[in-house]
Every structure is written in structure tokens, then in C-alpha cells.
Design a protein around this ligand. Structure first.
Ligand SMILES: NC(=O)c1ccc[n+]([C@@H]2O[C@H](COP(=O)([O-])OP(=O)(O)OC[C@H]3O[C@@H](n4cnc5c(N)ncnc54)[C@H](O)[C@@H]3O)[C@@H](O)[C@H]2O)c1
Length: 444
């Protein structure tokens, strides 16, 4: 899909140096159209209603200013929920610069609102080409961040490669997603990671809810918005039965689809079977399925040998972090370049005897064709982000340059606040129970 920006606001290199009087007081930015800001504000406020935990944290941050004067560089999906995280960090006293972690997930109305209404430096345009994407990452690096906040490790990678001069000033970072954590662990194992990073993805209040229920629902949403197909009775193949795959499979099953799982690890494969799903090899599934969704964090999961046997009209989508899970280069070769967009976010590859359809250019379908996770789920992920930022600011001197987990008390506090906001009560152990579970002497 090639969506070109409708206007061309030039990046403002320093706050207040704009030649254009109207933007003179705005922070540095590069967004599609500042005129979209009012709609962005309405949508950010709508999301905020579903984010009570983040709102409570923002209110505390306003009082305590735990991030006072700190420069935070963030590379996240530019959505309404991210906007509420940026507002929270700014309320804590941080100077924040944001760029997109994926060119197709950017909501232009949100980018405009962040700049024009909330004074947050934002570099993001939906549909940005590769060059612009990296220019935006570099614009964030230009602000010399002391804390990095990543979704997929692109900012950390940039700072460890072409922008190493900025590395010395970085105190610590946080990482949002599974793929980013895998990349960071690989860097740490090579001795290449030069500052501590907290893996927000590892918090239970993140992956159990965001990866599973958030991606599950929003993947269904992305597929429906792009195609408007009936899901009942449809044969859906989900590659990967990790947290994301489990969520996607359960949601499609709930909509009446027949679901088959493709795995490389026998344990989740067995789990899928016992969850009542079909388990097939990718080759078997290719012949069987109508809709294929990858969620593995791996490469070329659906590839040439599978495209050859897929039925006419088969649809392919990806919910894993990178657009590498469907081998689109091979698909393009197989169809001799005969590709056309038949609906917004639906590309038809004409193989002669059959046509295959790819959603959102193989990028995360829930963000490319829908709006990403519902705000109520991002509330917990971003509460972890905000509290992890506060934690690394307080503790960076004690933390080694490796990947750290979110402290258990932060994780539990996020869940406690969420339950409180939902008006749900749980029990506490009685003193007798406390003694029982912590004693080795008590038994039958
Ligand atoms: N779309 C979104 O909004 C969103 C949200 C969260 C995470 N993610 C991304 O989704 C991906 C999966 O995340 P997760 O938390 O489920 O990870 P996970 O590690 O829990 O699960 C991945 C699963 O894929 C399997 N797998 C690996 N290679 C495979 C292959 N070639 N064929 C079949 N299965 C294979 C693994 O065995 C594993 O069970 C990551 O890239 C993550 O960053 C996307």
C-alpha cells in the first residue's frame, strides 16, 4: 500500500525556529498534517477513558515529577494509547521525542495532536518510506535521549551502530515487545549492549493481556476491516502458538472459524492440540487453509513452497512484529510482479491459475488495517512502561548493561490498580494460610 502524506510540513529542527509563524511555538516535528490535531485530541481522550491505571500514574507523576528534566527518546506505534503514555511521561517532567516503530501503524491525527496540542516532539507519517522512517529515528537520536523506549529495538540498534556518539549519554532503556527483547538478548550475549534495558514485555501484566487478548482481538479487527469476510466456518491457520498465537487462535475459534496451528516447538504444539485445535505442518496447512496468520517473530514462515499449494482466494496476514514472516519477495517473483490493490490494505497477487491476497503489506495487520490493541489492554502495558521508566531513572547506576525484568512489585501494582479501577475485589490470605504456604513443616 502506498499512502503518500497529504501535506508536507517540513521538520522543525529546533523548537521555535519555524519560519512559518503558526508553528513557531511548536516542538520539532515531522507529521502529515497539523490540521488533523483536533480530531486527534478527541480520539486520544476517548482512549484515555479506558486507561484508568495510566491516568492514576499521570496524576501522581504531576505531583512528584520523577522524570524532571530527563530526555526520553521513544520509538513506539503512534496511536492514541501511545499518546496517553507520552502525556504521562511529560507530566512526570520528561522532555519526550517520539518516532514511529512502524510506518503503517501511525495514526496521522494522533501525530498532529501530540505536536499541536500536547507539545510533544513527534516524527511520524503514516506510510512513510524507509528513508523517512530512518530519518525520523535519527531525529529522535538528535535529541540525545537519556532514556530510550523501544518497540522492536530499532532505536537501540541505531544508537549502537550509526549513532554511537549518542550512546554515552544514555542511562537506560525499556523495550515493549517479544521481538525487541530477543534482539536485545542477542546483543547482550555478544557483549554489544551498552546500557541496561528493562523488558516490559516480560511483565505478566503485559504479555498475558496485551500479546494474548490485545493482539487476539485486534487481529480479528484488522482482518475484518480489510476484507469484511465471514469468519464462521472459515479455515484459519495460525503460525506460532506463543502468547500472540494463542490469543489469535482463541478469538477466531470464538467467531466460529476452524483453527489449525503451525508450530516448530513440540510443547506449544501439544498445548494447541489439548486446547482443542488442529495442529498441522505448514505444508499440510497450506493446502487446507483459507486464511493464514503468522505470529512467530520468525522469518519466511509462509514461503514459496506453501504459496504453490494454497487455494485460489487464500488470504495471508501477519501479526508478528516484522514484515518478514510472509516471503513477499518470493510471492512477487511467483506472480511476475502482477500485484494490485483491490481494497484498502488488500493486495492481490495474480499467480495465473490462482490469486492470493496479502493484508497490510504483510506488516502487523492489527495495526496496519485496524487501530492496534484496545486501550484497556494498552493501559496495563503502558502503565508498566511509565513505571519502568521511573524505575530505571532511580536505579540505572545499579543495573548492569543487560536485559532486566520488570520488578514483580511493579507488575503486581499494575494488576492491583487495574482491578481497583474495574471495581473488582479479591481476597487476602488469612495469617493461618500465610503460615501454611510458607512452612515446610505443615503437611497432611
Ligand atoms: N501485533 C501485535 O500487536 C503484537 C503484540 C505483541 C507481540 N507481537 C509480536 O508477535 C510475535 C510473537 O510474539 P509472542 O509473544 O507470541 O512470542 P512467543 O515467543 O511467545 O511465541 C512465538 C511462537 O512461534 C513459534 N515459532 C517460531 N518459529 C516458527 C515457525 N517457523 N513456524 C511456526 N511457529 C514458529 C515458537 O515456537 C513460539 O511458540 C513477536 O514478533 C512479537 O514481537 C505483536
Amino acid at each position: 500500500m502506498s499512502q503518500s502524506p497529504s501535506t508536507t510540513d517540513q521538520p522543525q529542527t529546533t523548537s521555535g525556529d519555524a519560519a512559518n509563524g503558526q508553528t513557531a511555538s511548536l516542538p520539532p516535528h515531522d507529521v502529515t498534517d497539523l490540521g488533523l490535531a483536533a480530531e486527534g485530541v478527541r480520539r486520544i481522550e476517548w482512549a484515555e477513558r479506558e486507561m484508568p491505571v495510566l491516568r492514576l500514574i499521570r496524576e501522581r507523576f504531576e505531583q512528584e515529577r520523577p522524570l524532571d528534566g530527563l530526555r526520553i527518546g521513544a520509538c513506539l506505534h503512534v496511536t492514541t494509547e501511545t499518546a496517553n503514555l507520552m502525556r504521562t511521561l511529560a507530566a512526570g517532567g520528561a522532555r519526550v521525542a517520539l518516532c514511529a516503530s512502524n510506518p503503517l501503524s501511525t495514526q496521522d491525527v494522533v501525530a498532529a495532536a501530540l505536536v499541536a496540542e500536547y507539545g510533544i516532539s513527534t516524527f511520524a507519517r503514516r506510510g512513510a518510506d524507509r528513508e523517512t522512517y530512518y530519518a525520523h529515528l535519527n531525529s529522535v537520536a538528535d535529541t540525545k535521549p537519556q532514556i530510550t523506549m523501544d518497540d522492536g529495538c530499532d532505536l537501540v540498534s541505531l544508537l549502537h551502530t550509526s549513532r554511537r556518539t549518542e550512546l554515552a549519554g544514555v542511562l537506560a532503556g525499556t523495550e515493549e515487545t517479544t521481538t525487541g527483547v530477543i534482539r536485545l538478548r542477542a546483543m547482550a550475549a555478544d557483549g554489544a549492549l551498552e546500557y541496561p534495558v528493562v523488558a516490559v514485555n516480560e511483565a505478566r501484566t503485559k504479555h498475558l493481556f496485551d500479546n494474548r487478548y490485545g493482539t487476539g482481538q485486534s487481529t480479528v479487527d484488522g482482518v475484518l476491516r480489510a476484507t469484511n469476510i465471514l469468519l464462521a466456518g472459515r479455515r484459519v491457520v495460525v503460525a506460532g502458538y506463543g502468547w500472540v498465537g494463542k490469543g489469535i487462535a482463541s478469538r477466531f475459534k470464538g467467531m466460529g472459524s476452524q483453527v489449525a496451528i503451525v508450530e516448530v516447538d513440540p510443547i506449544p504444539a501439544l498445548e494447541a492440540l489439548m486446547d482443542g485445535l488442529l495442529v498441522k505442518s505448514a505444508a499440510e496447512a497450506a493446502e487446507w487453509g483459507d486464511l493464514f496468520i503468522s505470529a512467530t517473530g520468525n522469518l519466511n514462515v509462509f514461503r514459496g513452497e506453501h504459496f504453490r499449494t494454497m487455494r485460489d482466494g487464500a488470504i495471508l496476514a501477519n501479526s508478528g512484529h516484522f514484515d518478514a514472516e510472509i516471503d513477499l519477495r518470493r510471492l512477487l517473483e511467483l506472480c511476475g510482479g502482477k500485484v494490485r490493490e483491490v481494497r484498502r490494505d488488500v493486495q492481490e497477487y495474480d499467480l495465473g491459475d490462482r490469486r492470493l491476497y496479502v493484508l497490510g503489506e504483510g506488516r502487523l495487520v492489527n495495526l496496519a488495517a485496524a487501530e492496534g490493541h484496545p486501550a484497556a489492554v494498552m493501559d496495563m502495558s503502558f502503565a508498566n512502561q511509565a513505571l519502568a521508566a521511573e524505575y530505571v531513572v532511580r536505579n540505572h547506576e545499579k543495573l548492569e548493561a543487560r536485559v532486566h525484568t520488570v520488578p514483580a512489585d511493579i507488575d503486581r501494582e499494575v494488576a492491583r490498580l487495574k482491578l481497583e479501577a474495574l471495581g473488582v475485589h479479591i481476597d487476602q490470605m488469612t495469617p493461618e494460610q500465610e503460615r501454611y504456604v510458607s512452612s515446610w513443616q505443615e503437611g497432611t
